[in-house]
Design a protein around this ligand. Structure first.
Ligand code: C2E
Ligand code: MG
Ligand code: MG
Ligand code: MG
Length: 288
């Protein structure tokens, strides 16, 4: 396809680049209007603690039901929102929704921290930090923030300072996608994080790869040495879960337990605790 484009010459190339950026611009404008409306919604994906055999928290993931384009995934609009600064409004909206959904869960007897993904640009935004802290402390919500190391590297000084502010009001800090971006042990050492999430890049092929188990095992040991709990994301098979359990991984998240689901589906899921049967099945032969 790329070759065909080159053969069509520089003008065709410019036209297709221009239409791509026009499309991006339109998406940005549509997203701006969508924030606060009913096109955006959240899904939740549970994290299961392997030794405790229970769901200990859930992660909120935003989706966009676009009237013409259909379902748009966050990888296609979060970068646009970061560029346009709409990420501030989008994230404040997410926090508000999560606070409401946490109350609904609690009303059904499910007291769980909810984790929210926080884009890097927000860690340098003092106004966002103030607004988020105000919403969270006044509601008494129990939240976690997932941040990537790559997002800290941009402006480490203010990122670390603001993460400390969040940690001080009781927000659990998790390092997301560990190992997939620009990892720096210098920052890992300074971040007030208590959870480390190993990127699914190292987890989805865990039992068929030679190197992934070695990387995962040493990451678990490193995190434990730094007194962090480890979450493996992208756990899709019982054999991956079994191996992670042997390696001492604390929590798992992935399609094996549940895909991200809406609050309406999450409620019966939490009530059923079907996940516990999954964890027990695989764990029992190992702990015998
Ligand atoms: P993430 O936080 O690392 O989320 C994990 C992604 O992996 C999610 O994709 C999830 O649906 C997917 N996933 C979960 N389990 C499995 C599995 O077993 N196998 C595979 N192959 N994939 C799995 P999703 O929902 O498309 O989100 C992509 C990224 O978008 C997230 O990565 C997060 O960085 C970002 N994102 C999502 N919601 C928000 C948000 O509200 N704010 C911000 N700033 N970013 C968000
Ligand atoms: Mg995440
Ligand atoms: Mg992740
Ligand atoms: Mg990821």
């Amino acid at each position: 396809l790329a070759d065909a484009r080159v053969e069509r010459g520089p003008i065709a190339r410019d036209v297709s680049a221009a239409s791509a950026s026009l499309d991006r611009l339109m998406l940005a404008r549509e997203l701006h209007k969508a924030i606060g409306g009913d096109q955006l919604f959240l899904q939740y994906q549970p994290k299961v603690h392997l030794r405790r055999q229970e769901i200990v928290s859930v992660e909120a993931l935003v989706r966009w039901r676009h009237p013409q384009r259909g379902l748009v995934l966050p990888s296609d609009f979060i970068p646009i929102a970061e560029e346009s600064r709409d990420i501030v409004a989008l994230t404040l909206w997410t926090i508000e929704q999560v606070i409401g959904d946490q109350r609904i869960l609690a009303a059904h007897g499910h007291e769980l921290p909810i984790f929210i993904n926080i884009a890097g640009v927000l860690l340098a935004d003092a106004r966002f930090v103030r607004q988020a802290c105000e919403m969270i402390t006044s509601s008494g919500a129990r939240l976690g923030f997932e941040i990537t190391e790559t997002s800290v590297i941009r402006d480490p000084e203010s990122a670390i300072r603001n993460l400390q502010i969040f940690a001080d009001i009781g927000i659990v800090i998790a390092i997301d996608d560990y190992g997939a971006g620009l990892s720096s042990l210098a920052y890992l050492k300074q971040l007030p994080a208590s959870e480390l999430k190993i990127d699914k890049l190292f987890v989805t092929q865990l039992t068929s790869s030679n190197r992934d188990p070695l990387i995962v095992r040493s990451t678990i040991d490193l995190a434990h040495a730094l007194e962090m709990e480890v979450v493996a994301e992208g756990v899709e098979t019982p054999s991956a879960m079994a191996l992670l359990s042997v390696m001492g991984c604390d929590m798992i998240q992935g399609f094996l337990v549940s895909r991200p689901i809406g609050i309406d589906a999450l409620l019966p899921f939490l009530a059923e605790e079907r996940h516990l049967a999954i964890a027990r099945d695989v764990r029992s032969p190992l702990t015998r």
